[in-house]
Design a protein around this ligand. Structure first.
Ligand code: FMN
Ligand code: SF4
Length: 564
């Protein structure tokens, strides 16, 4: 007979672990299917967090319920009812039909983009993500492998991902895995590792594009110990699903990238902050960590060297803003996950106010390949003067959606038409989004852009984490923009006024056909004014990026906002 852990036992189990609040919250939620007031008081006492603060933090996370499920959805089992993704692509693919299908099972709740835009609608149910267009088609299946390019372009991020057994230690080592680490520990100083990464031109792939070598050097040179590496696997941007593919199919590459970063930066502890909606990736990465520990690749004196590095997984609880690095660090520390004011930056004042490297999954997995083949090899993968590659998560009205690794500088039209088969037969591409939703839309002549930051920025947008959603000529772009702004309004953390109120006001102005009781001139003036204020005064990238939706809607589709 299994005994159920008491509140005190759960607290005792976690209170001495690093970053204990998230796993403790999940332990309570797994046991009770909600977080009771008593549980909050127990945790607050065990972790010395003010009770009022912990109440606020718990209610902030979408997937933590403060009520027993029976009370909120008529469920008798205690399990929460199914949640259906109603992200921008899933709402085109019949999310509402699936909600109706699942009504008898207590569905009604939706969740923001669950990062499976290359498949039919995902549903979170009984702790798993199932995918299918209808209720009777739902299945639990592995994420698709990345799409192979037509052949002439070498890959970096996906170089080994399709090798058989790659997710296990044998398969990974059998296809060159951990060679870069052996070489670095055996023959290179931390400074030489940093030099190689800096020379490659690799820049952050999580959205901000900060040069990776420079970040590693800043941490290596910063005072204060212990230092920390955080792998940002929160991937909450709608239309982005590249990190999920890497985590599920190539978890050892993430671990190897983190150990290399630890060696370079002088870190002794690391966290993978994994988005809640990736339960399959959680099992896979935990298994890979156990394998790496058994092989002497994690822990004390890695491969007989002086390097000691301990790695932990921390599972988020559903909040897009936790992908922002300051918010993520607060979440790890058990604080309310507001973004932090900057400066100081995480490289000097990160986890527990100590030097910390925060890197995206794609950034980290590029590093072992760069160290194996050299900085010049990586640079040469890009077209023209552009260095390296970028993974694009392509979805929406396109014949072959999926993850594509493209050379930097590839024309967008080549990706859409030649690699991905173009829009559905008889349709044309009306618009694409950039950086998931954060870059707004590109349309018309601007679809002739090349996939690199300078060219996309010259059109007023940015590449960011590389999510591109395609909308064909049958789509109502005002409706798409309304859904996008509603997402930002829901996910705004509320810390600063311009974003908290601005995203709400813009959502209202995009609702119900857009007019909002205003004539075209007043509408445009108001929306521009709101956008300008948000861009100038919001405290983090959510608030500064959200107006890209309205700015680009006005630029490309004025006739859809104010029909003649
Ligand atoms: C609202 C918001 C959400 C973000 N979400 C993510 C995310 O899910 N994953 C990620 O790696 N970076 C995300 N970022 C960027 C991070 O703050 C940070 O720049 C990044 O993790 C650094 O890693 P990199 O240098 O390897 O890109 C987000 C930024 C903002 C403003
Ligand atoms: S800009 Fe928005 S998401 Fe960012 S801190 Fe301000 S309120 Fe929070």
């Amino acid at each position: 007979m299994t005994t159920i852990a008491t509140d005190a036992e759960l607290c005792q189990r976690w209170k001495h672990e690093p970053a204990p609040l998230l796993p403790l919250l999940h332990a309570f939620h797994d046991r009770d299917h909600y977080i009771s007031d008593t549980a909050i008081r127990e945790m607050a006492a065990a972790l010395s967090i003010p009770v009022a603060e912990l109440f606020g933090t718990v209610s902030f996370y979408h997937h933590l319920s403060g009520q027993q499920s029976g009370q909120q959805s008529g469920q008798q089992s205690g399990q929460p009812g199914p949640k259906v993704c109603d992200g921008p692509v899933c709402s085109l693919r019949g999310a509402s039909r699936l909600i109706t299908d699942l009504a008898g099972k207590g569905a009604g709740a939706t969740m923001p983009c669950a990062g499976r835009c290359d498949e039919p609608v995902p549903v979170f149910m009984d702790g798993r993500i199932l995918v299918g267009a209808r209720a009777n088609e739902l299945e639990d299946r592995p994420s698709p492998l990345p799409v192979a390019n037509p052949g002439q372009f070498e890959e970096c991020v996906f170089a080994g991902i399709r090798e058989p057994g790659r997710a296990r230690m044998d398969g990974y080592r059998g296809s060159g895995g951990y060679e870069a680490l052996e070489r670095a520990l055996g023959h290179m100083s931390p400074d030489q590792v940093i030099e190689e990464i800096a020379d490659s031109g690799l820049a952050g792939r999580g959205g901000a594009g900060f040069p990776t070598g420079q970040k590693w050097r800043a941490v290596a040179e910063a005072a204060g110990e212990p230092k920390t590496i955080v792998c940002n696997a929160d991937e909450g941007e709608p239309g982005c699903f590249k990190d999920r593919a890497v985590l599920e199919h190539d978890p050892h590459a993430v671990i190897e990238g983190m150990i290399l970063a630890a060696y370079a930066g002088g870190a002794t502890r690391g966290f993978i902050y994994l988005r809640y909606e990736y339960p399959a990736a959680l099992d896979i990465i935990q298994n890979a960590i156990s394998e790496a520990q058994q092989a002497g690749l994690l822990g004390d004196h890695i491969l007989g060297s002086g390097l000691c590095f301990h790695l932990y997984v921390r599972r988020g609880a559903g909040a897009y803003i936790c992908g922002e690095e300051g918010s993520l660090l607060n979440s790890l520390e058990g604080k309310h996950p507001f973004p932090r004011n900057r400066p100081p930056f995480p490289v000097t004042h990160g986890f527990e106010d100590l030097p910390t490297i925060v890197n995206n999954v794609e950034t980290l997995v590029s590093c072992p390949q760069i160290l194996r083949h050299g900085a010049q090899w990586y640079r040469s993968l890009g077209l023209g003067e552009h260095a390296g590659t970028k993974v694009i998560s392509l979805s929406g009205d396109i014949q072959r959606p999926g993850n594509y690794e493209v050379p930097m500088g590839l024309p967008l039209s080549t990706l859409l038409k030649e690699w991905a088969g173009g829009p559905p037969p008889g349709r044309t591409v009306q618009a694409v989004t950039m950086a998931g939703l954060s870059g707004g839309f590109l349309a018309g002549q601007d679809l002739e852009v090349t996939l690199d930051e300078p060219d996309i920025r010259s059109k007023g947008s940015f590449l960011g984490a590389g999510g591109i959603m395609v909308f064909d000529d049958s789509r109502d772009m005002l409706k798409v923009a309304h859904g996008a702004m509603a997402f930002f309004a829901d996910e705004s953390c509320g810390k600063c006024f311009p974003c908290r109120i601005g995203t709400q006001r813009l959502t209202e102005r995009l609702a119900d056909g857009g007019a909002h009781g205003l004539d075209a001139d007043s509408w445009t003036r108001e929306v521009k004014d709101l956008g300008r204020t948000m861009m100038a005064t919001s405290a983090c990238g959510l608030g500064t990026a959200a107006p890209n939706i309205t700015r680009s809607l006005m630029k490309y589709f004025p006739h859809q906002i104010h029909p003649a």
